[in-house]
Design a protein around this ligand. Structure first.
Ligand SMILES: Cc1cc2nc3c(=O)[nH]c(=O)nc-3n(C[C@H](O)[C@H](O)[C@H](O)COP(=O)(O)O)c2cc1C
Length: 229
């Protein structure tokens, strides 16, 4: 399936055409489009109306300086202490298989075999280029916040993602940014009370890149939702 780059005109269309986009065009997002998305996303709900998100939007030279520094660290094999692990370890079924299948489907589309560890690592490294997107978003949260506020951030992320689709844009939510909290802090200058929870790439999808043809699987409705009447 080819990625849909049209502007969504319904919520359903935005939900169905949103995919995690892992290759973007080198085309800036106009400033008014960007500010409109973040202005509208202020209406995202949160428990107790805490609005626990602190949002850092990087574009232009600021974004380039940030990603150049992160890639430089990666190339030198430098790492930082993750703020949170991405998943429980060990992961159990059926989640373990979902995760494995996602990776295999993606590397399959890219023609990267299982034993080509270097090519797989290079693809993971694309995270730290924000997949070439012209907008890099980093969300920090007060360290005292917990699971209920993490839910709020998830809702905020999806709000951004759907608003982006309405404007013909695509996104990639990225937990990967928890791996570079020190460099994030250096560039966002967030306070010591906060730490990085998640990031997001945003921009115009490159429809010619095979990685954007990835349509991830979903569990059957019956396995996920029980209706009680
Ligand atoms: C909170 C969150 C963090 C994610 N982090 C990453 C990430 O760091 N790198 C990545 O390539 N995809 C990341 N993803 C994308 C998921 O892999 C993707 O949402 C899932 O496989 C479903 O595919 P879809 O978004 O294309 O529908 C993340 C998604 C979410 C919701």
């Amino acid at each position: 399936m080819t990625i849909n780059t049209q502007k969504s005109t319904s919520v359903t269309d935005a939900v169905l055409t949103r995919i995690t986009t892992r290759a973007f065009l080198d085309k800036p997002v106009p400033g008014d489009v960007l500010s409109d998305i973040f202005e509208t996303a202020r209406r995202a709900p949160s428990g107790g109306n805490l609005q626990p998100w602190n949002v850092h939007v990087l574009t232009g030279g600021t974004l380039d300086g940030f990603r150049t520094e992160v890639i430089g660290k990666l190339m030198k094999g430098e790492s930082e202490q993750d703020t949170y692990p991405a998943y429980p370890s060990p992961l159990w079924e059926p989640m373990r298989t979902w995760r494995y299948k996602l990776g295999e489907d993606m590397y399959g589309l890219l023609g990267i075999p299982k034993d080509d560890k270097r090519a797989r690592l290079m693809q993971v490294g694309q995270n730290f280029m924000f997949f070439g997107a012209p907008v890099g978003i980093l969300i920090t949260i007060d360290k005292r916040m917990d699971a209920p506020q993490f839910m709020d951030i998830g809702i905020y992320l999806q709000t951004l993602m759907l608003l982006a689709r309405e404007r013909g844009l695509h996104t990639a939510p990225q937990g990967a940014w928890r791996a570079f909290p020190d460099t994030v802090k250096k560039h966002t200058k967030h306070s010591d009370e906060q730490h990085v929870l998640v990031g997001m790439s945003m921009g115009y999808a490159d429809p010619d890149k095979p990685v954007n043809d990835l349509v991830s699987d979903r569990a059957d409705l019956e396995a996920l939702v029980k209706f009680y009447d």
